[in-house]
Design a protein around this ligand. Sequence first.
Ligand code: WQD
Length: 358
Amino acid sequence: MEQFQTVFVTGGAGYIGSHTIIELLNANYEVIVIDNFVNSVDEPNGESSALKRVETITGKKVTFYKCDLLDRTTLFEIFEKHDIDCVIHFAAIKAVGESMEYPLLYYKNNLVGMLNLLEVMEKHKCFQLVFSSSCTIYGEPKYLPITEDHTIGGNITNVYGKTKYFIEEMLADISHSNKDWNIICLRYFNPVGAHPSGLIGEDPTKAFTNIMPYIAQVAIGHVPLLTIFGDYETADKTGVRDYIHVMDLATGHVAALRKLYKEHQHLKAYNLGTGKGVSVLQLVKTFEKVTGSAVPYRFAGKREGDITAMYADADLAEQELGWKAKHTLDEMCIDFWRWKTMNPCGYRPHKTKLTNGH
Ligand code: WQD
């Protein structure tokens, strides 16, 4: 199949980026990666722990540069050095709670980083872009399952989500002003799981708040109890989300690149979800069932900024990208657990236990 040759991946040493690169290499793309290690792990020699394992899994090489998108000069030099056909942009900081504490840090990192990337791409006449967006930009949904034409930007409850929304607005404006832009925004729901080898997975170096790493920390014994936020207007009073296997997200990015190659998009957004709503209690019970590990928990009140329920109408991606999530909730739990038990301290074998109570 005819396709782009060289893909530039920002934030490729992170959780979703590293898993996506496996599928890019399997699809025979040449992959150039940058990462600043703000939320991923580097080896003493400055290489990326995750990407070294990606090379082991695929038997293929990636070209890696430690580079921060705020360092426009280095970014420009990389584009001068390589003939880049298209870009997948993951690099961003994404801890919801942290984004409320440090809004300036989030606006500068996520928005200025994106602006630098777009300017350098434009200067090199590279107009093919897949942007890592988020269902967070929908705010509290007016209906479910949620479709791509739902309003965005209304009552987004955190700064992280606002940076994703502002970037989608920027992309709408530039694609309107310059018809050469060929952009797909992928709106993720809740990514969980890990590559079935157990060699790579979610290893947050920053304070994390999302549920699956917490469940694993309790199941492995690092944290005594899971706190389940609750009393939401759902069947079992716990929050409902659309959990999607990270390997399904990865194939979704390859499908998006193929779409950009086949037909000029200007700007198009797609939900990447399973279309199924799962409550926290259902997730915990599934995790315990498939892993045989107990996850003791206690209930707490609602969490500030939480929405009650969010799950995707994923039909558009199936119709137009030929993509559909395949992995089950059982597989998401089994694969995450394999990663956690094979790497109890993530990529750093001797990393001390996670701080901030995890
Ligand atoms: C899920 C459910 C909590 C922790 C995330 C990312 C965001 C975006 C969407 C990509 C909720 C409950 C959680 C805990 C709990 N992804 N929970 N106890 O809030 O949906 O947002 O996915 O862009 O970046 O943050 O995910 O995992 O924090 O919460 O009960 O200790 O788990 O109330 O119902 P969320 P989450």
